[in-house]
Design a binder for this molecule. Structure first.
Ligand SMILES: [Zn+2]
Length: 409
């Protein structure tokens, strides 16, 4: 893809676009316009998402007000209770101490973590993010996902890590959370482009275009969207035996909602999908290039060989990738995610540091060229060689990732 176009797209999309927001729709329409500019027809496919507007969110700890953001979709209410600090782990005794408390906790509020809080009688929760060594005091606007709450809502807030450290260091005893919000249904969109091939069987390409609340999402994941545009542009002018579908997914950061909605709405068509190729975070200045295959091992080995053939440094492995490839794999469609993974200190994501400043146009081009070369082999295969079944060890990882089974700690 042309360097100036890559740079223009990063510049044009340097704003926050959370799933379901007006800004996200603006980006969907922008991608549609960009497809048109490349001579391609793109359509928007809407799906329903939970939305919330927080009217009030306050946290006081031992009478002192702490800057916070209320968890979206965590209901409304006011609670005052003793404060309890819960570190990561699933010790039954320490969990039992959550009863009747507002729990400040380490780690991410995933499904099992939240179940622990509910089952052990916590009244409210406080999470934190950010970095004590950064100069900002940013607070990410988090959401209590519907599959996490499963209808059991207690009020929670997110705070900056600096305040979390101060709270614990001061030995604080009590907390009060006030949360008031309106919850309603909204819409997010997938943007879809089709390139008909010689046969009906499809290879599907995915990349999400939404961001978290503080992020411009250049690296995560306008980079992957540019990759998809580059490949669509390439295949519009080059032969491909397989039919190709490009899906720019909405609301990935909210729990893979766009790809889940796509798989639900297109369940019958999935039978004709030979392979999903997902791009999530490519083209940064530094970092290793990986391929995460949610498939049989043969694909991992093939990509290893292909890296040698192309003279391209790559680390392929078999696993579940936390991205839009996963809902497809869960429906039995083999999938592979490509990414260039930068160290956390080089290019952190899901915060205000994810901007075009961490990207390198030349690396974008090299990464896109490699993925295009791989995709071209698959798209022109007499028969796409990847077995259309997910091995048992990978199915188990899918069960864990999708919270059907708890991972043993
Ligand atoms: Zn991402």
């Amino acid at each position: 893809m042309r360097a100036e176009l890559i740079e223009r797209i990063f510049a044009d999309t340097a704003y926050v676009r959370m799933g379901g927001s007006a800004e996200e729709l603006r980006t969907a329409e922008y991608l549609q316009g960009m497809c048109r500019e490349l001579g391609l027809e793109a359509r928007l496919e809407a799906f329903e998402v939970d939305m919330a507007t927080v009217n009030q969110a306050t946290l006081t700890v031992d009478g002192r007000e702490i800057p916070c953001k209320g968890y979206l979709c965590a209901g409304s209410g006011e609670i005052e209770a003793p404060l309890y600090y819960l570190t990561e782990g699933d010790n039954r005794y320490t969990l039992s101490l959550c009863r009747g408390k507002i729990v400040i906790m380490d780690g991410y509020l995933g499904y099992w973590r939240y179940r622990d809080l509910i089952d052990n009688g916590a009244l409210g929760f406080i999470t934190y993010d950010g970095n004590v060594n950064y100069s900002d005091r940013d607070i990410d606007h988090r959401e209590l996902r519907s599959y996490v709450s499963s209808g059991d809502k207690i009020p929670g807030v997110n705070i900056n890590a600096k305040d979390a450290v101060e709270i614990i260091n001061s030995g604080a005893k009590t907390a009060k959370i006030t949360l008031a919000q309106d919850e309603y249904k909204g819409e997010s969109h997938n943007v879809i482009v089709d390139l008909a091939g010689e046969i009906e069987e499809q290879i599907v390409f995915t990349a999400h275009y939404d961001t978290t609340s503080l992020s411009q999402g250049a690296y995560d994941n306008m980079s992957g969207c540019i990759g998809l545009l580059g490949m669509a542009e390439y295949f519009a002018q080059h032969p491909h035996r397989y039919s190709l579908r490009f899906i720019f997914c909405g609301s990935e950061e909210r729990g893979l909602l766009g790809s889940k909605a796509y798989c639900a709405a297109h369940e019958e068509e999935l039978a004709h999908v030979a392979l999903v190729i997902n791009l999530d975070m490519i083209g940064c200045i530094m970092g290793k290039f990986i391929a995460c295959a949610t498939s049989e091992m043969a694909l991992v080995n093939y990509i290893t060989y292909f890296g040698y053939e192309q003279g391209f440094q790559i680390k392929p492995y078999q696993d579940v990738y936390s991205s839009d490839s996963t809902p497809f794999a869960d429906k039995g469609v083999p999938a592979v995610s490509f990414a260039r993974i930068a160290g956390r200190d080089l290019a952190p994501i899901h915060n205000s540091y994810d901007t075009a400043a961490v990207m390198k146009t030349e690396h974008m081009q090299k990464d896109i060229d490699f993925i295009t070369a791989f995709a071209s082999r698959m798209a022109n295969a007499a028969c796409c060689p990847v077995a259309r079944e997910i091995p048992d060890n990978v199915k188990e990882k899918l069960d864990e990732y999708l919270c059907r089974k708890r991972k043993k700690s």
